[in-house]
Write a protein that binds this ligand. Sequence first.
Ligand SMILES: C[S@@+](CC[C@H](N)C(=O)[O-])C[C@H]1O[C@@H](n2cnc3c(N)ncnc32)[C@H](O)[C@@H]1O
Length: 203
Amino acid sequence: MKKSIEEHAARFDDLAAEYDEEKSLEYNECARLVVDHADPGPDDVVLDVGCGTGAIALALAPDAGRVVGRDVSEGMMAQAREKAEERGLENVEFGRGTFREPNVGGETDVSIVTSNYAMHHLADEEKREAIDVLAGLEPEKIVLGDVMFFGEPNPEVEFYDPDVDDPATVGVLADAFTDAGYALTAVEMVHEQAGVLVAERAL
Ligand SMILES: C[S@@+](CC[C@H](N)C(=O)[O-])C[C@H]1O[C@@H](n2cnc3c(N)ncnc32)[C@H](O)[C@@H]1O
């Protein structure tokens, strides 16, 4: 991780009020694909990690049984809570949690995990640990949208900031899911540096 969790939290606290304003085509397409692939029903409990201002969690809540959003930035989650209230969504909650300590509580039976544009803040070894932790919750499906490299990394293309972001290759992510007992059932390349992976429990 190129910045500590506290530094990321402070950075996103500062960005929170304007975060929703301008989004790239690729971000919007990844978010749409994450929502489409997650496809929860009324019996599903969804955990959205790095939920930010709630783009994914709030889009899934009308169809899901319950949605749990976790993030390290209180400022981002304050925006998410405000939107949930405006939309009258009562089955979604936001609270502090990290990839490696999602803080869902032992009694919560998570069936779908989502994450969009957040895991690239972790170093590759930390991503592996995070995928192991998420797999340990035994969801049927994990849907990951993010900056990820389908080819050679190219920091000249403005997809990530090498000072704060640390995206992985698709191969590293695919290996981590496979090693954690999940099979990739969809790979969506949105751009050669962004996409969505769907991993389903293999056993
Ligand atoms: C670019 S935003 C994406 C937010 C949202 N998922 C979306 O699609 O708009 C990244 C979010 O990840 C959060 N984040 C960064 N590191 C994290 C970590 N280790 N655990 C949980 N959340 C983290 C940040 O606070 C921020 O809200």
